[in-house]
Design a protein around this ligand. Sequence first.
Ligand code: ACO
Length: 324
Amino acid sequence: MTIRAVVRGVGHYLPERVVPNSEFEARVDTTDEWIRSRTGIERRHFAAEGETTSDLGAKAAEAALADAGMTAADLDAIILATSTADYTFPSAATMIQEKIGMTTGFAFDLQAVCAGFVFALANAHALIQSGQARRVMVIGAETFSRILDFSDRATCVLFGDGAGALVLEAAEGTGTPADRGILATDLHSDGSYRDLLYVDGGVSTTGTAGHLRMQGNQVFRHAVEKLAQTAHSALDKAGLTSADVDWIVPHQANLRIISATASRMQVPMERVVVTVQDHGNTSAASIPLALSVGKERGQIKQGDLLVTEAIGGGLSWGAVVMRW
Ligand code: ACO
């Protein structure tokens, strides 16, 4: 018998304020046309003043619980993938735990930047397979608008705020790729690439939150190469190939990266869930947002084979293969 971590519910939350590309034309030397053609982004959401990552995450978690037909009391654990927690400590995950009324179990933050949700899924999978938890809420939530340098046109146009969440539950499987649930995970990081993508502040350096800095074209090059590699490797571990994939649900950073990765995987764009035009890059929130929106659109259905893949600061990257 194999224990699988099966998706029981999914949900998301986006802050009310929608920021179209045109707003950036007034702030920096850019155009709507440049942003659309180089990234695919048309708009993004920004959190309201006083609205925090744990607020967004709690709303996404509540939506996922409603979708699962569960309450907070049914959960054993919360893993929150984020790089923009409300405070240095406590974890934003424990703040979400309190906000959704969960009084037992445990909650913690996990930080792998844009690859955070993939890392969180792999950790939830390990908790469930090892019997340490039966039901795990996995959340990606970010307020990247708080760490953007709004005078840097090369980065400020790319990111947005939002949150998405999945409820995973232990279920018995047959041990074959026909099972529902997480079938394989593949994680990597290489700290020697730190300077390509980082925040120039922090608790034990400047004592400030800092601003995001990125050598975009270098990150782009690594993304195109590493995302297809990790997706193939996860599929291989699951005993599957690209031909078995119903949906790629990629990290939504840039439409050109998404399509280059799909092309390397020989998966047509009709089988890729794309939300980057509406959300921008929401870092660890982008995959659960895309899963939730993809389900809402009627794209993702029970039994579909999904590959999620992401790369971000670290560099850190990875992929998860799951049957919905
Ligand atoms: N408007 C107009 N021009 C711009 C803008 C802008 N918003 N931003 C940059 N440019 C200019 C640059 O200054 C440069 O001008 P120059 O040639 O006069 O110096 C020119 O455009 C080309 O710059 P590049 O950076 O080479 O442009 P590129 O085609 O690579 O696109 C982009 C930039 C969109 C950032 C792309 O490199 C990219 O998407 N990179 C990957 C980002 C990513 O995937 N991040 C994921 C991880 S994020 C995380 O972990 C937090």
